[in-house]
Design a protein around this ligand. Structure first.
Ligand SMILES: [Zn+2]
Length: 287
């Protein structure tokens, strides 16, 4: 515990000093190129401060996003002997895109996992029910798509439990999985997941279909080229950068069919999260 803390402290120190050195170097070069001494003087310190702050923000985002070290209770990807990958869809249901995605999945005979936003389930209960009726799995993506680390504990607990409740109410299924919005979780969320008997599931390959400039062709290329056995692939059937829904998910809808074909052509088998996890556990026991 103590050594772990010390190590983390050391890593943070290295990051801070490293980013200061790098940004100081960058600003020195820029200041050297500016012919006015007064301006280059100001650039020298302000540039260093701003660039190192930006670098540290980037690092801390990565830190929360990817986590450091092995966290056995969080599933991003399972070591695979087989060839399974999992398709997951966040932020729905959406009245426009979820039905189209469900149709493609049915046509291709694929089962996926939908991480539902509680208030969207309340808004489109018949779509939530259709997801489980068609054999797909559901997970909890909080009630209002909150940012977990800055939500006070009472609200965080309420957000997760309320989403569980509405999902159970409208689909008849208790969501076995929990996925924090934007992948931002903390220790409290891990404890809540344990208490509620849910597995914290992140992803290992993002389709990046949330990007405002995403195209179907780009999404297909990215996923089909990058996927490896054991990947949990992230898509969005709803959502928005500012609100919780409203973005165009046309690229996701258009990319899905070609992605399924492309993954299969590469010998990858698309399975549900449940099968995926069971097959891994069996594999582990067998060894
Ligand atoms: Zn989300």
């Amino acid at each position: 515990m103590f050594i772990g803390l010390l190590l983390r402290g050391l890593i943070i120190l290295i990051f801070i000093s490293g980013s200061v050195v790098i940004s100081n170097f960058i600003t020195r070069v820029v200041a050297f190129l500016v012919p006015y001494p007064a301006i280059s003087e100001i650039l020298l310190w302000s540039g260093t401060v701003f660039i190192s702050a930006a670098m540290l923000m980037g690092i801390s985002y990565y830190y929360v996003y990817q986590g450091f070290g092995a966290q056995a209770d969080i599933i991003r990807r399972r070591p695979q002997k087989g060839n399974k990958v999992v398709l997951t869809f966040d932020d729905g249901p959406s009245a426009i895109y979820t039905p189209q995605i469900l149709k493609t999945l049915k046509d291709k005979g694929v089962k996926a996992t939908f991480f539902l936003v509680g208030k969207h389930v309340e808004k489109y209960p018949e779509l939530a029910a259709r997801i489980t009726a068609e054999g797909h799995e559901v997970g909890n993506h909080t009630y209002g798509h909150i940012t977990v680390p800055n939500t006070p504990s009472p609200q965080l607990t309420a957000q997760i439990m309320r989403a569980n409740l509405v999902i159970f109410q409208h689909t008849g299924t208790y969501p076995p999985y929990l996925r924090p919005p934007r992948g931002l979780y903390d220790m409290r969320m891990r404890r809540i997941a344990m208490l509620l008997g849910q597995e914290l599931v992140l992803w290992s390959l993002s389709a990046q279909d949330w990007h405002p400039r995403a195209t179907a062709a780009g999404v297909v290329k990215r996923v089909v080229e990058k996927a490896v056995p054991g990947d949990i692939i992230l898509f969005h059937d709803s959502g928005s950068l500012l609100a919780t829904e409203g973005s165009n998910r046309g690229p996701t809808v258009d990319a899905l069919g070609p992605i399924i074909d492309g993954l299969r052509a590469r010998g990858l088998e698309i399975s549900t999260l449940e099968e995926f996890l069971v097959s891994v556990d069996q594999h582990k026991k067998a060894n």
